[in-house]
Design a protein around this ligand. Sequence first.
Ligand code: SAM
Length: 265
Amino acid sequence: MSFDARPGVHVARRRFGQNFLASAGIVSRIVAAIRPQAGENMVEIGPGLGALTKPLLEHLGHLHVIEIDRDLIARLRECHDPGCLAIHEGDALKFDFGALCTEEKASLRVVGNLPYNISTPLLFHLCDFMPRLRDGHFMLQKEVVARMVAVPDTAEYGRLSVMLQYRFQMERLFDVPPGAFRPAPKVTSSVVRMIPLPAGTYDVHDETRFSRIVAAAFAQRRKTLRNTLRDFLDETGLKALGLDPGLRGERLSVADFVAIANACQ
Ligand code: SAM
């Protein structure tokens, strides 16, 4: 299915997750939540037809954007002064966000109404640039945001929750109904704010091991820690941390996962 976002101008491409914001009220709410200030270093992922780009630029004076669709890039070039809008053509999943930082502009704010098909890998990709990130504001599928902010012992709590919550403080801001987009997606969206936690909040000695442990604990949700974490820590080791080996992974806090990973050294 395709949809004329502006008849004769651009046909929305499903493969690029193109659902364009068409509600001025929602655009204002998102921009108000971001609170862009003149001179800040900000990048928008997937500017599309510019619903967020234009008001952000008005506040900031300069904005970076990353867009994969060449037709949209051509439109953006026609409408904006290159001195104000720095257009990076390509895949945000492969983009070096660190390259947008300089000595003067050492940290980066990231925003985006993200294409649903790449939202989770993109969040993980952004984690690679943690020291450079000041904050992130994203619109994502409501269910994905629910998993991002989920607390232990709930159905939504899982790998995504732990892997993001050990790096970011996250806040679900508000929901956006399908009718706010053209074409309308099938699902409701939510806007989420992510702010990196202060360095040292969680002291993970080996991130790769931590990530493997979290993945193992949630790979088979119904199995207990004594089974899922067998390759990492035995029952005695779990008990030494005050953890019951008969628990399931979904009962563990982020701090518990950190303690397990560090005990495996
Ligand atoms: N920001 C616009 C809005 O709110 O109306 C468009 C949002 S639309 C959901 C997602 C945008 O991301 C589209 O412009 C799409 O072309 C772009 N996009 C999709 N995949 C991308 C990728 N891998 N890298 C960069 N941009 C991408």
